[in-house]
Design a protein around this ligand. Structure first.
Ligand code: PLP
Length: 486
């Protein structure tokens, strides 16, 4: 299968090229030229690893099937995932949580970033590239750690992560600065997430710097969700979760299920849309947002308007006003690269654009939406705990609420649960009505005591791990840090 840019259908690349280059040279994102179709019956008996290899093979046709089988077995092995990958828990009748946070960094990004290093290294081999791949990541928390954990000690790759000095939770910061591995670097940036992100983007677009990296035998690459290699592993858990509901007798085969997804950059929910296009019986994909509800407005009206106040919320991984992967959906709904280019140019120049009535109708056929404020999130965490004895994090609570509010027909609904509640212990503890004294670790222990559920050891152990990275730099120093000149 080949991949084209959302902004230019003329040039097609292989999946290895799409994964290695990340973004198309015209600024567009790579999309598959067709959707392979699946028969759910064939997938019912498969383990997560086997199902993943089968789905990947449909898109990554230039990769060897035995390579994909080994890669998925390694990425989703029990020593990395404390609970079986794709675990779907029944919360109440007709309501389920697809818990994607049992991996090494306790957030759903592990599903993509544990596998992607294998895909990247293999792509380099297939394309005869021998230079060092230098991965630069600007992060507000979860992506940085997941990328560090995924790429640590992978040969031929070096990862440098930049996080805003006061912009992450204490646990998220410690997860990053205690990372092991010979090929990783972590810097605090004096500024907010935008300062870090802008600094990293400048490095990517500076041709003088590109030459300097080249002289060092390095080629830049990114690990964010605009890369196709991050998207394709996420299709897998929608199919696996559906099969698990059939296998446990919760639904009949062919019965439609809704998925509700806490959304930021639109990568996770887009993977759900791909599963639906491949023939998985999905009713609606419910796009759940926090107070940064630009997507809620867009799905309701067809007008995307980023000209609005940016809010810092208790679900920080969804604090985003420009959702990059929406561009891919616009291409699939319109099939029109010229229209997509125009919308993206308008967004860049004016901060907003409006899609056609036909695109809006197609959008609303597949997607529903709603949003929740921080106060509503607190109530929802408390409600899920009291009504169903289910402990969820702030991001997942946004989705539980959106699922309840858009409760359509009598269809079963799977809430995609994206982070371990212990990753945000202060917010979760105070939502349950307990008083919060002290730091994240004190809150974590208090939460364990209150609920009787133990925190993952990878989080509670952070307080005693040695801190390896202590440098704090100005945004102007990001290029020098990336070149290891600091
Ligand atoms: C990244 C993230 C999200 C948002 O996912 P997108 O693919 O960017 O929409 C939601 N919840 C958590 C916990 C995350 O880390």
């Amino acid at each position: 299968m080949n991949f084209i840019s959302t902004r230019n259908a003329a040039e097609a690349v292989s999946s290895a090229e799409a994964i290695l280059t990340g973004l198309s040279s015209d600024g567009g994102l790579f999309v598959p030229t067709a959707f392979p179709s699946i028969n759910v019956l064939d997938y019912l008996p498969l383990s997560y690893e086997a199902l993943a290899a089968k789905v990947l093979a449909l898109f990554l046709t230039d990769y060897d099937a035995s390579f994909l089988a080994t890669a998925t077995q390694t990425a989703y092995a029990p020593e990395r995932f404390s609970q079986k990958a794709g675990y779907t828990k029944k919360v109440a009748d007709g309501l389920y949580a697809l818990e994607l946070w049992h991996g090494p960094t306790c957030a759903f990004k592990d599903y993509a970033l544990q596998l992607m290093p294998h895909l990247l290294v293999q792509a380099k081999q297939m394309l005869h590239k021998t230079d060092i791949t230098k991965i630069l990541v600007a992060t507000s928390g979860d992506t940085g750690k997941a990328a560090l954990a995924g790429y640590a000690d992978i040969k031929g790759v070096h990862v440098t992560v930049f996080y805003p000095e006061a912009g992450t939770s204490e646990l998220q910061r410690l997860q990053m600065v205690t990372q092991q591995g010979e090929n990783v670097d972590v810097y605090a940036v004096k500024g907010n997430f935008d300062d870090a992100q802008t600094g990293v983007k400048k490095v990517f677009t500076n041709s003088d710097l590109a030459r300097e990296f080249k002289c060092k035998g390095e080629t830049l690459s990114s690990a964010n969700s605009m890369n196709w290699g991050r998207l394709v592993p996420q299709i897998v858990y929608y199919i696996y979760s559906y099969c698990a509901l059939v296998n446990s007798g919760e639904i009949a085969i062919g019965e439609k299920v809704d998925f509700c997804v806490p959304t930021g950059n639109f990568g996770d929910i887009l993977a759900g849309y791909y599963a639906k296009q491949m023939g998985l019986p999905i009713g609606k994909l419910i796009c759940a947002s926090n107070k940064n509800n630009v997507l809620t407005d867009f799905i309701r009206t067809g007008h995307y308007d980023a000209r609005r106040e940016f809010y810092k919320t208790t679900s920080p991984s969804m604090d985003i006003l420009v959702s990059s992967n929406l561009e891919r959906l616009l291409y699939h709904l319109s099939g029109d690269t010229a229209a997509v280019s125009n919308w993206m140019r308008e967004l860049n120049e004016t901060g907003h654009y409006t899609v056609s009535a036909a695109v809006l109708q197609a959008l609303q056929e597949s997607f529903a939406c709603d949003y929740a404020t921080d106060a509503e999130v607190n109530e929802e965490i408390k409600h899920q705990y009291e009504a169903h004895h289910y402990l969820c994090d702030t991001h997942t609570a946004v989705a539980f609420l959106a699922a309840a509010r858009t409760k359509r027909q009598a269809r079963a609904c799977v809430v995609v649960s994206t982070a371990n509640p212990y990753k945000f212990p202060i917010a979760v503890l105070s939502a349950l009505g307990a008083s919060v004294n002290g730091d994240d670790f004190a809150a974590l222990q208090a939460l364990e005591k209150l609920t009787g559920l133990s925190a993952p050891s990878s989080l509670s152990a952070l307080s005693s791990l040695p801190v390896r990275f202590t440098k704090s730099i100005a945004p102007q120093e990001i290029a020098a840090a990336a070149l290891c000149q600091i």
